[in-house]
Design a binder for this molecule. Structure first.
Ligand SMILES: NC(=O)c1ccc[n+]([C@@H]2O[C@H](COP(=O)([O-])OP(=O)(O)OC[C@H]3O[C@@H](n4cnc5c(N)ncnc54)[C@H](OP(=O)(O)O)[C@@H]3O)[C@@H](O)[C@H]2O)c1
Length: 323
């Protein structure tokens, strides 16, 4: 089978698409039509992610495709259109073998390419906003990295989960268009976002900050929160892991809340199934629009992954593995 694999830890440009053996594991065997690309893929190509597999390994945390075979106990059958999570490698390949509890039926109204971009980000954001962030109807949500994978997912989901205003923070005007298309009610540039957010909220601040970026904007994110606000720590694409002076939490009754979706899923049996059941219903009913990803062919996996690392990606990025 063809697969995108890492043979040396030299970054996205060193990712090779080559003929490799099909995986020999037990599980649900899926003919992959599309595979999602996420920031951890870029980190994995440099050995910088918290999980560090030895090369050679096939990249890819999330897929969409058709079941070729499934163990009797699985809830999917051969021929089913599905999405699945590899947690965290093996997806960017023509065949993937997944544990039965990480394969879910894909609603008929969602394409393989959109489906491949759904699980990783939407499940994280759903967990972040509803469980960790305790989002209430009518609240205001500010989203950093809003034209990225997690960002566009947050823009799509926040209003569906009750937010009345969703403020996107992006680095360029071009990315502002992506954020608006994904559902932002307001878009502001990263430079000066705190003052813009205060102005948009009449000085009150926002109830929730969704933060996949971290870095030097963190303190201004805390300053952007309304009393009782929550800052959701999701990732650190900006590079530095921020520190927080806890007097800021006390002064304004605000929370800094960790969001470790993978860790939660790993320690809460049934959590993934529950989260997908909620999302599937939203997608199938049309209440939640599926992502509209930027699609690269599998052969261009290196360029697709590099676009996340070099910050040029606009929206969720997905690989087309077969037509
Ligand atoms: N906690 C969890 O459970 C969980 C789950 C999934 C993903 N994550 C994490 O969430 C983060 C975002 O992942 P993603 O797939 O959404 O990434 P992505 O699609 O590449 O989006 C990241 C965004 O970060 C912003 N950014 C700011 N500084 C950057 C820099 N120096 N380099 C690259 N991007 C920069 C960019 O927006 P601007 O250019 O507009 O600033 C970009 O759109 C990653 O750290 C990932 O590991 C965490």
């Amino acid at each position: 089978m063809r697969a995108a694999r890492v043979t040396r830890l030299d970054g996205p440009d060193a990712v090779e698409v080559a003929e490799v053996d099909e995986p020999a594991r037990d599980g649900v065997v899926v003919e992959v039509h599309a595979a999602g690309v996420a920031f951890p893929d870029a980190l994995l190509t440099r050995g910088l992610y918290q999980y560090r597999p030895e090369p050679p390994f096939v990249l890819g945390a999330e897929i969409a495709g058709v079941v070729r075979s499934a163990p009797d106990a699985a809830r999917v059958r051969p021929g089913d259109r599905v999405v699945g999570l590899t947690m965290l490698t093996g997806g960017m390949a023509e065949i993937a073998v997944l544990p039965p509890d990480r394969v879910f039926k894909l609603p008929d109204n969602v394409s393989f390419e959109s489906g491949a971009g759904v699980l990783f980000n939407d499940l994280t954001v759903y967990f972040a906003l509803s469980v960790r962030g305790r989002l209430q109807t009518g609240e205001t949500v500010l989203v950093h990295g809003a034209a990225g994978g997690i960002g566009t997912s947050a823009l799509r989901l926040a209003s569906v989960l009750g937010a009345s205003r969703v403020i996107a923070v992006v680095s360029t005007e071009e990315k502002a268009q992506i954020a608006t298309a994904a559902g932002a009610t307001d878009v502001v540039l990263a430079e000066g976002f705190k003052d813009a957010a205060k102005e948009l909220t009449g000085g009150r601040g926002v109830d929730i900050v969704v933060d996949p970026v971290g870095g030097d904007r963190f303190t201004d994110s805390l300053r952007s929160l309304a009393p009782g606000g929550r800052l959701l720590v999701i990732g650190f694409t900006g590079g530095d892991i921020p520190t927080v002076k806890v007097n800021r939490l006390l002064l304004n009754n605000i929370d800094v809340v960790g969001v470790g979706w993978g860790a939660w899923a790993g320690t809460h049996p049934g959590a993934l199934t529950e989260q997908w059941a909620a999302l599937e219903q939203l997608l199938a009913s049309g209440k939640l629009s599926p992502p509209e990803p930027v699609v690269y062919p599998l052969e261009e996996a290196a360029a697709a992954i590099a676009s996340l690392e070099n910050r040029s990606a606009k929206g969720k990025v997905v690989l087309r593995v077969r037509d």
